[in-house]
Design a protein around this ligand. Sequence first.
Ligand code: ZN
Ligand code: CO
Length: 341
Amino acid sequence: MKALIEKLTNVFSPSGFEDAIRDVIRKEIKGFADEIRVDALGNLIAHKNPSAGAKGAKRVMVAAHMDEIGLMVTHVDENGFVRFSNVGGVFGRYAPSGRVRFTNGAAGVINNELLSNFRETPPLDKMFIDVGATSQKDCPVKLGDVAAFERPFLDLGKRVVAKSLDDRLGVAVLIETMRRLKSRSERVEGAAPNEVYFVFTAQEEVGTRGAGPAAYGIDPDVAIAVDVTPTGDTPMGRKMEVALGGGPAIKIKDQGMLADPRVVSWMAKTAERSKIPYQREVLIMGSTDARAIQVTRAGIAAGGISIPARYVHSPSEMVDMDDVENSVRLLAALLNSKVSL
Ligand code: ZN
Ligand code: CO
């Protein structure tokens, strides 16, 4: 799993520019789905058990977003300094001195104008990227080019640190689950072979724009978004119950949605039956693809599996490998179980 997470987080693919990460995922899931397609928005959709028509079988959509936060060039000045705008939730306090990599391969460092109060966090419009250019002419990037943060993967043993674990970790969990799902012949006796759509969504970080249209096309009976969630377990951190190492968190509420209570209880019961540790998540800030899926068509029963992560949207996000393993186990158990709605 660590090697897969490292591979996925090393790819630079901000929202709307998912080509690079989509190619990597497509290679990883080859042979583990019955059909793979890409829709108009760039969502990668892998279909498993297409003919599952057994009594009690459901059509389940599982989503993890493959895009990441990044930056877009708004202006290059006569000395080759690059001004930028955010793509998704880029926090000013994490940006200065950060390194960025453009999708065309160019790289640079972020710094900022001299501020009257050196303690204040500079706003993004007081920052610039120095790409090593000396003029607008020799600048390797132009208006509209995009970059993502660059930071090497760090293995701390039980815990790992990387950029874009939001949500390449969810992507890794989906890939690993696809590999472990029992084929029709090996399926647990009594459990319906659910028809499953694994969707690697586009443009989540700019407002969950990919997942809704994907769900509209699939028209699932139930949907699960797998994403990271912040924790409350750091010194003087936010008041939040979720902690690293406590197991996957079952979403009850976030800023954008109330998870379907039937989905919440299906998840909790399945975790308890499979002896998988889990936590309950009520998140004050942020939301996931489940929000967009829930209000598609005539409404879709939706919930979320949230993997605890520290320092979300910084270039050094941290997760616990036990939580990763237990998230895979929970997702696989859900997909192999009778969906009770
Ligand atoms: Zn996310
Ligand atoms: Co995010």
